[in-house]
Design a protein around this ligand. Sequence first.
Ligand code: LMR
Length: 332
Amino acid sequence: MHIKSMLALSWLAIGTGAGSHAGAQAPIVIKFSHVVAPDTPKGQAAERFKLLAEKATRGKVRVDLYPNSQLYKDKEELEALQLGAVQMLAPSLAKFGPLGVKEFEVFDLPYIFPTKTALYNVTEGDIGKGLLKKLEPKGITGLAYWDNGFKVMSANRPLHHPADFKGLKMRIQSSNVLDAQMRALGANPQALAFSEAYRALQTGVVDGTENPPSNMYTQKMHEVQKHMTVSNHGYLGYAVIVNKKFWDGLPSDIRSQLEKAMKEATTFEKAIAQSDNDKALELIRKSGKTQIYTLSVQEQAEWRRALAPVQKTMEQRIGKEWISAINRESAK
Ligand code: LMR
């Protein structure tokens, strides 16, 4: 086409604004899948991230949330992320073993974190960063750690002493450390997807389980468990992760805006996690469906003695250096 006619055409396009509309960009879509209810710490933080991300990018990014295993269940979601079928997840730290990143199971070790502060020193420090780095060869970038809380144990019989677990089938997340934990208590562990936990308890496929109160309550597990023990024997937290290829392919300004949104959503999430779990425990107590028992100091010492061997037996799987590093950090 003659250069004059090309110039005439381009002026025409600019004059009618067609050029600007024709170039209107479709938003970048982040599919964010997770397995818990919206009114949990993780569910609320995902909604807060959506709000902040869409505002910061002025709509250039849209975050589509899929809570409660709507899109993918536990194991499926990690495969979907690696395939790029979803862009963002926030799986429990107990669920990275099947991916081949067994080191994350250090977070599942019984009584390894004496306080939340000790835990945050780990996740916000070099140990946390080092663990997220291990995801990169799997095509995954770790953005943040989100918190849930210390777990309670539940069953249809009182759980005051380790001997009370004898022969119980206990639902766990897919973690070899949690498998070893339940066996150390004399129970039979059964790894099941979170979306299957309620039904397995209701039908007696399993006799009991463990989780922070916010998950117990929002999945109505207290309605099918007569006894709950506040043992704080273990911790449940999350890594917020993205498909690495998708993340690296974002325009740098968009990536920075999303990093800022994630930072703010993480601060929000940590601020609500403990109060959310405290509220859930109170609602369970008020429901009258479950008898809640808090271990005495002596009883907790019994549980610690019964569970102490798990650290040693899991050293080879997790890596002694990670366990020692966390024990040093927790002793500060
Ligand atoms: C579970 O499977 O029990 C938890 O990991 C669910 C969750 O994401 O909190």
